[in-house]
Design a protein around this ligand. Structure first.
Ligand code: NAD
Ligand code: DAU
Length: 348
């Protein structure tokens, strides 16, 4: 089987690519990535020479390129992760999110339809999405697969739109699709603009740790490798046309999470107890900041037998160790060196 994975040089995509390349040596895995600021091939150096792996640098918003790639390679399946993924960036530059997340997804759907025509046997378009499409929760309740869409940021609106297009291709043309909506991921390769890696990097460098508003917003955190395992399960065992919510059943108020990270870092770095908490700085809140996300994962757990493989304590321990042991990755990313290198290597 020939599978196109988009966004495979990013945070979650790199773990999905590694899992598929190593677990399924008979599959041919193509990783299509534009290598935006968020794409980093250093995330995949351990598998870059695997015989069943091919990297393709390209932009999903380039329709001619996408169409040609599908016609040339004749993919059997797509696992679509490429996206602009950061909510704060969507507030300052919403159009980039419309182009990549909405139009880019539509170009992929269109190219798949053109390639597969109406012969959809053993074909699949799997779209990886977010719990943010469901909007914001109050103190109680959880998002289920039946929760009404209520996206509230340009990022979540663009992801909601792409989800609707994917389902429309299923309903209108009969294309076999699957969608999963996941909560906040954390773990190795996470770009340090997002809360956990940003906090770890700043604590390490004794820089202020910015907490938006009062830090009372709640997120449900899942270890990224458990998300990759869930994607594997949905891809292989999920029902066509269905949606699966994926979460960690692991809700944390931001401020409590930051306290925990500070305390772990104090212990790991041999700092005095409470030293890192002094770096916490309350800053202006994110515009339209969703209060709480929480995922009800019972469908994927009951129907596909998926469950997280690590506790939050274990996952955070692994994550903190990874960031402390991969100083060069962090240095490359924060300095921008990784981009100069790949821009030279892949410039046409
Ligand atoms: P990321 O920002 O780390 O990676 C995105 C990747 O997509 C990068 O490698 C980037 O270069 C690539 N990309 C961006 N625009 C592109 C384009 N026009 N053409 C080709 N490649 C392009 O994102 P992530 O956190 O790994 O998220 C991956 C997917 O999972 C996204 O669709 C996101 O919405 C979804 N998701 C993320 C989370 C999370 O917590 N990070 C949770 C649920 C769902
Ligand atoms: O819920 C899934 C989503 O999780 C994914 O779809 C997104 O791609 C991913 O980026 C993430 O979105 P969030 O906005 O929840 O993640 P972020 O790490 O940006 O922020 C987590 C929480 O921490 C949020 O309440 C905002 C807050 N925050 C964030 C940053 C970067 C801070 O308080 N300070 C910060 O510096």
């Amino acid at each position: 089987m020939k599978i196109l994975i988009t966004g495979g040089a990013g945070f979650i995509g790199s773990h999905v690519v590694r899992l598929f390349v190593t677990k399924y040596p008979n599959y041919q895995i193509f990783n299509l990535d534009k290598l935006t600021y968020a794409g980093n091939l250093q995330n995949l150096t351990d598998i870059e020479n695997a015989p069943n792996y091919t990297f393709v640098k390209g932009d999903i918003t380039d329709q001619a390129f996408i169409s040609n790639l599908f016609q040339e390679q004749k993919f059997d399946a797509v696992i679509h992760l490429a996206a602009e993924s950061h909510v704060d960036r969507s507030i300052t530059d919403p159009m980039a999110f419309v182009f990549t997340n909405v139009i880019g997804t539509c170009y992929l759907l269109h190219a798949a339809k053109e390639l597969w025509k109406s012969d959809f046997s053993n074909k699949l378009f799997y779209h990886v999405s977010t719990d943010e499409v469901y909007g914001s929760l109050g103190e109680e309740g959880m998002f289920t697969e039946e929760t009404k869409y209520d996206p509230r940021s340009p990022y979540s609106a663009s992801k909601a739109s792409s989800d609707h297009f994917v389902r429309a291709y299923n309903h209108t043309y009969g294309m076999p699709v699957k969608v999963s909506n996941c909560s906040n991921n954390y773990g190795p390769n996470h770009f340090p603009e997002k809360l956990i890696p940003l906090a770890l990097n700043n604590i390490k460098n004794e820089k202020p740790v910015p907490v938006y508003g009062k830090g009372e917003n709640v997120r449900d955190w899942l270890y990224v490798i458990d998300h990759a395992r869930a994607i594997d399960d949905v891809f292989h065992k999920g029902q066509v046309g269905e949606t699966y919510n994926i979460g960690g059943v692991n809700e944390w108020r931001n401020i409590d999470l930051i306290h925990l990270l500070c305390d772990i870092m104090d212990r790991k770095l041999g700092r005095e107890e409470g030293a890192s908490r002094k770096l916490i700085t309350f800053v202006t809140d994110r515009a339209g900041h969703d209060l709480r996300y929480a995922i009800d994962s019972s469908k994927i757990m009951n129907e596909l037998g998926w469950e997280p493989s690590v506790t939050f304590e274990e996952g955070l321990e692994k994550t903190v160790d990874w960031y402390l042991q991969n100083e060069d990755w962090l240095q490359n990313v924060t300095s921008g060196n990784y981009q100069e290198y790949y821009q030279k290597q892949y410039s046409q």
